[in-house]
Design a protein around this ligand. Structure first.
Ligand code: FMN
Length: 180
C-alpha cells in the first residue's frame, strides 16, 4: 500500500507550512496509511508523483486565471511547469484532495481561483476528487474554485482568517481521511 502523497506549490512558504501541518494531522487520524513527506512540485518527478494512490495537492493563487509558476514570478517553477509533465498520465482509480490558499479581502473577485485548474486537470484524467467544502464562513465576491455552490477543496486564508485554519483542516481531514 502506498503512502499518501502531499505536494504543493508556493512562493512565500505558506502553502508549504500548511502541507506540513496536514501531514502531521493526517498521521494522527488515518489508520493503515501514512503521509509522505510533503514536497514542492518543483522538486519531484512524474514517477514519484504517480506512485501514490491518494494525493493531497495544494496551491496558492497569484493572479488571474493561472497557476503559480514562472509566469507569476516563481523562478524555480511550480504547478504551471509541473502539470504539463503529467499530461499523458491516467489518474483513474486515484483519489485527489485539493487545498488552496488565498486572500478573500484583497482578492475578493478572484479568491483561490488557482484551485480550479488543479480540479479540472485531475478530474479530466480520471481522478476521484474528494473534499469539497462549503463556502459558509468566507466573504468574497467571486471564486472560480466554486463548482455547484461548493469549493472544490479545502480553502484557507492565512491573511484574513488565520485563526480558523486549524479547525478547518481538522474538519476536512476527518471528512476525507476514510476516503484516502
Ligand atoms: C501579488 C499577489 C497576488 C495574489 N493574488 C491572489 C489572487 O488572485 N487570489 C487570491 O485568493 N489570493 C491572492 N494572493 C494571496 C496569496 O495567494 C496568499 O497570500 C497565499 O497564502 C500565498 O501562499 P504562499 O505563501 O504559499 O505563496 C496574492 C498575493 C500576492 C502577493
Amino acid at each position: 500500500m502506498s503512502d499518501i502523497g502531499i505536494y504543493f506549490g508556493t512562493d512565500t512558504g505558506t502553502t508549504r507550512l500548511i502541507a506540513k501541518k496536514l501531514a502531521k494531522k493526517l498521521d494522527a487520524i488515518v489508520t493503515g496509511k501514512t503521509a509522505a513527506k510533503p514536497l514542492n512540485v518543483n522538486r519531484t518527478g512524474v514517477e514519484q508523483f504517480m506512485a501514490h494512490d491518494s494525493l493531497i495537492l495544494g496551491t496558492p493563487t497569484y493572479g488571474i486565471n493561472q497557476l503559480p509558476g514562472k509566469s507569476t514570478n516563481i523562478a524555480e517553477g511550480s504547478w504551471e511547469e509541473f502539470l504539463p509533465l503529467l499530461e499523458g498520465q491516467d489518474f483513474s482509480g486515484k483519489v485527489v484532495a485539493l487545498y488552496g490558499l488565498g486572500d478573500q479581502e484583497k482578492y475578493s473577485g478572484r479568491f483561490v481561483d488557482s484551485m480550479i485548474h488543479l480540479y479540472r486537470f485531475f478530474s479530466e484524467r480520471g481522478a476521484g476528487i474528494v473534499g469539497q467544502t462549503d463556502t459558509d464562513g468566507y466573504s468574497f465576491e467571486f471564486s472560480m474554485a466554486v463548482v455547484e455552490g461548493r469549493f472544490v477543496g479545502l480553502v484557507l486564508d492565512q491573511q484574513t482568517q488565520p485563526l480558523l485554519s486549524e479547525e478547518r483542516m481538522d474538519r476536512w481531514l476527518a471528512d476525507i481521511g476514510p476516503q484516502l
